[in-house]
Design a protein around this ligand. Sequence first.
Ligand SMILES: Cc1cc2nc3c(=O)[nH]c(=O)nc-3n(C[C@H](O)[C@H](O)[C@H](O)COP(=O)(O)OP(=O)(O)OC[C@H]3O[C@@H](n4cnc5c(N)ncnc54)[C@H](O)[C@@H]3O)c2cc1C
Length: 325
Amino acid sequence: MSRKVLVLGETRDGALRNVSYEAIAAGKTVAEGGEVVAVLVGESVNSLANELIYYGADRVVTVEDVKLGSYTPDGFSQALLAVIEAESPEALIIGHTALGKDLSPKIAGKLNSGLISDVTAIEVAGGNIVFTRPIYSGKAFEKKIVTDGLIFATVRPNNIATLEKDESRSGEVTSQTVEIKDLRTIVKEVVRKASEGVDLSEAKVVIAGGRGVKSADGFEPLKELADVLGGAIGASRGACDADYCDYSLQIGQTGKVVTPDLYIACGISGAIQHLAGMSNSKVIVAINKDPEANIFKVADYGIVGDLFEVVPMLTEEFKKLKVNA
Ligand SMILES: Cc1cc2nc3c(=O)[nH]c(=O)nc-3n(C[C@H](O)[C@H](O)[C@H](O)COP(=O)(O)OP(=O)(O)OC[C@H]3O[C@@H](n4cnc5c(N)ncnc54)[C@H](O)[C@@H]3O)c2cc1C
């Protein structure tokens, strides 16, 4: 059964986030041959619309307004709800990002629909769209289907493969005017606390430090390794609590959830709350002095040793590999 699917494109600092393309790929599966319409909301987003078409959207609807320059729950929900009303989609897909996590329950509440959040895989089986999502902090997975009404899901970044970019694709881009009013919050200033460089929640490589790094300076060797691998720096709550780094780097149950291709845990014991944020990474490398550390139970590769010796050695070896590549 083919269906019309609406997908929200998400931007940051004037560029589309990769999760937008992943949401389009998810939308294609859900559409089963039907139309995938991407929605872009912001102050000035029209110029990004074609990029969504190159990644598989059939059509793009933009809502531009100076009041939508920064995300606010009221502004973005008014814009998205107006497009939903005009398009009457059978399904809606949003990235499971900070924005998506905030916006999606509000939209589901307004539409009186269900919501399957934090989806990591989507398949068509037995005539149903089956969504897989982790439960119990990633210890188990559940499969869900929607039996009635709008199919509404948020997709976890880095889990759904994007479609190949095809610049020969074309599609209609239309602008919808929506009156954005009665905003209860206004963003006056955005202060980015995370390191510039690679976005932690979308990074393909994450180098994470725990209390074992021992100081803020102890993150330096990890940053050098991250630079060589084009990765982002993450941390355990232990490292954040000890003031070695900012809480915006925290990975885990009460921090960010990451699923990179490579996760290198340095001086992290592997508490269950930390594993909740990284155990679905594709390849996990753990460096820890303690051979009994819990992190080794989820690691694909374990190095028992002092991170201050091992990490610089890895950096040097990766540098050599890059020179010879
Ligand atoms: C409600 C709740 C929510 C929580 N949420 C989170 C969360 O989101 N994320 C999170 O991470 N934690 C969270 N925690 C905290 C969690 O339980 C752990 O306390 C925390 O993860 C421990 O951080 P750590 O592994 O860095 O420190 P530790 O447990 O102290 O481990 C440090 C490790 O470093 C190793 N080490 C020391 N020196 C070296 C060296 N030179 N070289 C190599 N290895 C070395 C040690 O062997 C040890 O294994 C939460 C806790 C609670 C109660």
